[in-house]
Design a protein around this ligand. Structure first.
Ligand code: MD3
Ligand code: FE
Length: 201
């Protein structure tokens, strides 16, 4: 595993995962999943998304960016629940709270191509990722596109922390093992990706 990548398999027990799911169902009623599209081409992502916290990541024909409101409803994103902040505080070793919690919803054959997370100002903060529901094949490489990659299976309750040199590595989701978990009503996988966006004063 690349230096700076910390993997906590089974960090969340099933009851905690269920509590998070209930919480997510409530907040997603206020900030429904939207369909991001690729900049310029407008090609839809196979993953649907929503966000929690003061800033949310969006992608549309104009580009990738963080913004304080939902692209469809125009309302502010729901607050980041304490139960999610507590996970960041426990594993991030970073002295400020995250500003964005991207909610990625994988249903059917959804996947995510190899990419870097580089729309933030603050690369000194790690990215913390929480997996819920169906397991996924996660792929991670180095900081250059086209380098060697390796695969890791992410299961419900697993937490990944990408800091230091791992913060700018290429990564993606190759595939989801549909039906491998009963956690998400209707099936599928939910990934919560927590990020600090602005550089603290
Ligand atoms: C490695 N999400 O939202 S989580 C993303 O499962 C994203 O939905 C995937 O990549 C998902 O940007 C992968 C694991 C992850 C998240 C962020 C990273 C790995 C990372 C940032 C840097 C390096
Ligand atoms: Fe990413």
């Amino acid at each position: 595993m690349p230096p700076g990548l910390h993997y906590y398999p089974g960090h969340l027990e099933r009851p905690q995962q269920e509590a998070l799911m209930l919480l997510l169902q409530k907040v997603l009623a206020d900030a429904p999943a939207f369909q991001p599209v690729m900049p310029r081409t407008g090609r839809p992502f196979s993953v649907r998304m929503s966000n929690l916290g003061p800033l949310g990541w969006v992608s549309d024909r104009a580009g990738y960016r963080y913004q304080p409101t939902h692209p469809d409803t125009g309302r502010p994103w729901p607050a980041l629940p304490d139960a999610i902040l507590a996970i960041w505080r426990a594993v991030s070793h970073y002295p400020h709270d995250p500003e964005a919690c991207l909610v990625n919803l994988y249903q059917g054959g959804a996947k995510m191509g190899l990419h870097q997370d580089r729309d933030e100002e603050e690369f000194a903060a790690p990215v913390v990722s929480i997996s819920l529901g169906d397991s996924a094949i996660f792929r991670i490489g180095g900081t250059e596109r086209g380098g060697r990659t390796e695969a890791l299976k992410l299961s419900s309750g697993d937490v990944l922390v990408m800091g230091g040199p791992a913060r700018l590595t290429f990564h993606g989701i190759d595939r989801i093992h549909q039906g491998s978990s009963t956690l998400v009503p209707g099936g599928g996988r939910i990934n919560l990706t927590l990020r600090r966006v602005t550089r603290p004063a």
